[in-house]
Design a protein around this ligand. Structure first.
Ligand code: ADP
Ligand code: ZN
Length: 767
């Protein structure tokens, strides 16, 4: 075509596009005149690439391009840009800090349901149930089936309902004629059923500690001032001065949530929106309802949108657009809700900020708490991190004055924190001649609760029946064929399962070794399934339920078990970490931790911190009502600091002693860490490549004076899902400099095809 010089065509617009296929490169396209008015940064587009069309996103508009022969954009998708400039900037920050292609970061900031919307936003028909007035009409079998589904979902996009119910539009129309459902094309802001099930709540009168915390947060909100008027353009200017970010350290049950709620109220008064992040596991209907109940009514009525992974893709699409269009001003959700396109963002709350689930374990490996802090800084929004057991990172930041520390040392209603008793399992097994699951004092305590009709929660962070199968004659241990772990026996399924890769095989009744065939194989180690079994045997009158990922097969299971527990249909609830967090049951007066030291002796520098957090959180489930709670902690290493400080509810004590160890070894939060994993099926090749990578790193990172390069060494879990893994750990105080040096080096490092290199900045999982 032309001479091959750069494109500089007066009056024409050029769009820089990041394609969904990650190429670590942006491409320039011409914007045809008829699309020029509508093209904007953040808009999804279809563009020609090679011989096909691919999807992408406009990341910049310019008038010049260094490239000749630009091809035009094929099509603009959707009605408006999906990415606000703020979220786009955040994606760029993620790409540079977490060392990943910008395309990968862009993928994470938009839900799939929104991103893959090829034809753009189409108004979809929604079917919604109506309150039944008078006698319930007679239904045919097919209509009844359809009604059952709708009753559960209350509202579903028509297309999805058709698919789910294997039904026709005709049948749905019949239900409409009978006055049972309405089919609408517009998505109404008002959820007509919210009022039926969610009772509105008013602000509680705060206790002095809560009031002081709220005052500080409000002060910060007032500093950033009111947002633009509704309908106006979102503010794009960066904030004049940095806003404080807060750390709210409040013991379990101290009323942190009430502080969040009232801070959001002020945020709304200022015409600003809010994001609330909660860990996936505590994103229960209970949590969401607390927020909806407060903001569904009154002068500051605001729509709450919920974003999490258990929504159907249609629901996620709708919730996201509610926020994007500015109809919902509060977004509540798990990790990825940190990218919610909330207009005029005023406040980001990260509840249980220490939770590991905020870290994404696939690329981009971002930490939602850290992204929240960065987003707050960039958009001039106030960030509140809350926890009963702050991460050492956040507490350290608070101590250094980077965050303002707010403390709620007492429970909100002045209930006492539970008494925690540590039981030495070594003594117990001596006294009881062999190890029993329940120590004598715990057994007595459970009996007492059963008599008094109070409830008990028992916690064991290991599912299955027993943790290994062993032959005492030949020494055979059943291991996973794909991973370097032993298989867990699940009695109900009669299977041996790998908790790393999901491999399953039928449980043998005799030693599988053909030379041995000993029928006397032994199942050793204790899991929740066996704990439940032991309870029903030793306390035959007790009504026992178990909650772990094995018992939760359906979406409703979680809710059903919790409702049964709340309404007193269950005396003892057994569970894994699923029952450790956020649950509030006033009638629970006893908590038992069966093996407190399970997580202590693993090769991870955060093992102590995790154990302390878990024990504190689990203990926090006890005594949230009128009767004081009691906690029994059974342990083989009862004097470990993590256990002893948790016993005394002494966060500060734990922090001080743990920081000594981190300081000596220069582990986070003293320095920042990056973990490089090289994985492949040929272990020798993995090892050699890891050695080579280390040499390259030494050269590349020479400018960093404080760098520590440790390894390569085999990963604690050497083999996972058929891959051998070797690791190198990097530690430095200046992670952004490290990322800037390492990213280009890794991008052009020649690696054998069958090996993969993964870089994890600020890793949470060291295995
Ligand atoms: P946290 O989030 O710190 O664990 P919650 O917000 O769940 O604590 O509060 C625990 C309980 O205390 C809840 O039932 C809540 O309604 C109640 N509560 C919170 N603040 C107050 C208050 N100021 N007065 C009375 N009850 C309160
Ligand atoms: Zn496995």
């Amino acid at each position: 075509m032309d001479s091959g010089g750069p494109s500089r065509l007066a009056g024409l617009v050029i769009a820089r596009v990041a394609l969904d296929i990650a190429l670590r490169k942006e491409f320039d396209y011409l914007v045809p005149a008829e699309l020029a008015a509508e093209a904007e940064v953040g808009r999804r587009v279809k563009v020609p690439f090679g011989r096909r069309d691919v999807l992408g996103c406009i990341v910049a508009l310019t008038e010049t391009s260094p490239h000749p022969n630009l091809r035009p954009i094929t099509q603009l998708l959707g009605h408006q840009s999906q990415l606000t400039p703020q979220v786009l900037e955040l994606a760029r920050w993620i790409a540079s800090y977490y060392c990943c292609p910008v395309e990968t970061a862009l993928k994470s900031v938009l839900p799939d349901a929104v991103r893959k919307e090829h034809d753009g936003w189409r108004e979809r028909l929604t079917v919604r149930i109506l309150p039944v007035r008078g006698d319930f009409p007679k239904l045919t079998a097919r209509q009844q089936e359809l009604w059952n589904i709708l009753e559960e979902w209350r509202e579903l996009p028509l297309q999805e309902l058709l698919r789910l119910a294997h039904t026709t539009t005709e049948t749905i129309r019949r239900l409409e004629e009978k006055g049972l459902v309405t089919i609408g094309s517009e998505i109404s802001e008002r959820d007509p059923y919210a009022a039926d099930v969610i009772l509105p709540t008013d602000a509680l009168t705060l206790n002095p500690d809560q009031a002081r915390s709220l005052e500080e947060i409000r002060g910060a909100l007032d500093l950033i001032g009111p947002g633009p008027m509704p309908g106006g353009a979102p503010p794009s200017a960066p904030p004049a001065k940095p806003t404080p970010a807060f750390l709210l350290h409040g013991v379990t049950g101290s009323g942190k949530t009430e502080v969040y709620l009232q801070a959001i109220t002020r945020c709304l008064e200022l015409g600003r929106g809010a994001i609330v992040l909660v860990p996936e596991i505590s994103l229960t209907p209970q949590t969401v309802e607390r927020f909806k109940a407060r903001f569904n009514h009154g002068p500051n009525r605001a729509l709450v949108a919920v974003l999490h992974s258990h929504l159907s893709s249609g629901e996620r699409h709708d919730e996201w657009h509610k926020i994007r269009q500015g109809r919902a001003r509060i977004a509540i959700g798990a990790r990825s809700a940190v990218f919610a396109p909330v207009h005029a963002l005023g406040l980001v709350v990260v509840d249980e900020e220490h939770e590991n689930s905020y870290k994404q374990e696939e690329s981009p490996r971002y930490h939602a708490r850290d992204v929240a802090v960065v987003r707050g800084q960039r958009e001039g929004a106030v960030v509140v991190l809350g926890s009963a057991t702050p991460s050492l990172e956040s507490y350290y930041n608070a101590k250094r004055g980077k965050y303002r520390l707010l403390e709620l040392p007492c429970r909100a209603d002045n209930a006492k924190l539970p008494v925690v008793r540590v039981i030495d399992l070594r003594n117990e097994s001596r006294k009881q001649k062999g190890l029993q699951i329940f120590s004598h004092p715990l057994r007595e305590a459970i009996l007492q609760r059963l008599e008094r009709h109070e409830q008990t929660m028992l916690f064991l962070n290991r599912r299955g029946f027993s943790t290994s199968l062993q032959c005492p004659l030949c020494g055979f241990v059943a291991g996973c064929p794909n991973c370097s772990v032993s298989l867990t026996y699940h009695r109900h399924k009669q299977k041996l399962c790998c908790h790393v890769c999901g491999h399953e095989e039928i449980a043998p009744t005799a030693c599988p070794d053909p030379k041995c065939r000993n029928p006397g194989i032994r199942y050793a180690g204790l899991g929740t399934e066996r704990l439940e079994d032991a309870l029903t045997k030793q306390f035959p009158k007790a009504r026992v339920a178990r909650m772990d990922s094995d018992t939760l097969k359906k979406k409703e299971d979680y809710r059903r078990i919790l409702t049964d527990f709340r309404t007193g249909k269950i005396d003892i609830l057994v569970g894994t970490q699923m029952i450790a967090k956020g649950l509030h049951f006033p009638n629970v007066t006893l908590v038992g931790i069966i093996h407190a030291d399970l997580g202590l002796h693993i090769p991870d520098f955060r093992a102590g911190e995790r154990t302390f957090q878990l024990l504190t959180q689990v203990s926090g489930r006890a005594g949230r009502g009128d009767v004081e709670g009691e906690v029994f902690v059974q342990a083989f290493t009862p004097f470990h600091p993590a256990i002893q400080y948790a016993r005394r509810h002494d966060f500060q004590g734990f922090y001080d002693q743990e920081m000594e160890f981190r300081e000596q070894l220069r582990y986070p939060p003293i320095a920042r860490a990056a973990l490089i994993t090289i994985r492949g099926r040929n272990e020798e090749k993995v090892r050699l490549t890891a050695d080579h990578v280390r040499k390259e790193l030494e050269k590349t990172l020479a400018p960093l004076t404080d760098i520590i390069i440790a390894g390569p060494a085999p990963a604690p879990l050497l083999r996972a899902e058929t891959y051998y893994r070797h690791q190198i750990m990097l530690r430095t105080r200046s992670m952004s400099r490290l990322a800037a040096l390492v990213e280009p080096m890794l991008a052009q490092l020649p690696l054998p095809d069958d090996l993969k290199l993964i870089i994890d900045i600020d890793p949470v999982n060291m295995m």
